[in-house]
Ligand binder design. Structure first.
Ligand code: MG
Length: 246
């Protein structure tokens, strides 16, 4: 017993010495050795200086069809529009975790016979797998995890932030790619934050796996992949798209 008391006394003595010697100063908790890169914010609708511009209003040179042929969607007046039946388009570059800015517009003319998922449907697939839904959600009820701002068939938006059909809308996205171990098991799932027209609709939402129309989502391992836009048959338009690697 005496042996342990002696040891305790020695440790206390050493601790007191250490506490006396370590006098905290403000600079001990200040980091100076790696300054953040300087990024110039965009003026108005312009992209930040380090962003990769995926569409600047002129052409679809950053995009292609899924089979590698030229993207066949229509470019006019500073935006481009889905051409029904021509298929999804995807970026030529591949991405992992990213910040994405993208503006979209569902058709101004609303056919009253087309409701729910049939109205202004498109989609933004992060890494070609995880769909952030694009849909005319203005006075157009549908299943909640299929509405605008949802992670399709997984997570409903926190609120419905849709503008009227024919008005431009904005998604600002912060996306963290999933990580997989060597055997393909998920180390950390994908996460996504979505701000729709300035309003948070997904807050670090965990993505459960590949977007599935039928059945439950599940992951399959992958690396960097393109950003994909969905042709769901509706003439949805896009403009001002830029992305930053994170
Ligand atoms: Mg869709």
């Amino acid at each position: 017993m005496k042996k342990y008391s002696t040891l305790l006394a020695v440790l206390c003595f050493a601790g007191n010495i250490a506490a006396q010697e370590l006098k905290w100063k403000p600079e001990y908790t200040e980091y100076w050795n790696s300054q953040p890169a300087v990024v110039t914010p965009g003026e108005g609708v312009k992209a930040p200086s380090d962003a990769i511009v995926l569409f600047d209003g002129k052409d679809l040179s950053a995009w292609q069809s899924a089979d590698g042929s030229d993207a066949k969607w229509k470019v006019e007046n500073g935006f481009f529009t889905v051409v029904r039946g021509t298929g999804t388009i995807q970026t030529k570059r591949v991405f992992g975790s990213c910040q994405l800015h993208i503006e979209w517009r569902s058709p101004a003319e609303v056919d009253p016979k087309r409701t729910g998922q049939g109205r202004g449907n498109s989609g933004i697939f992060l890494q070609s797998r995880y769909e952030l839904q694009v849909l005319d959600g203005y006075n157009n009820p549908t299943y909640t995890n299929g509405g605008a701002g949802s992670i399709y068939k997984q997570s409903p938006p926190m609120v419905n932030a849709c503008r009227k059909p024919g008005e431009w809308q904005v998604y600002d996205v912060i996306y963290t790619a999933p990580e997989f171990c060597g055997k393909g098991e998920v180390i950390s799932p994908a996460r996504i934050t979505v701000i729709h027209n300035g309003i948070v609709v997904q807050n670090s939402t965990v993505i459960k796996g590949n977007t599935e129309y039928i059945g439950l989502p599940a992951y399959s391992p992958h690396g960097r992949l393109p950003l994909t836009l969905q042709d769901h048959g509706d003439p949805v338009s896009y403009r001002n798209i830029w992305i930053r690697d994170l």
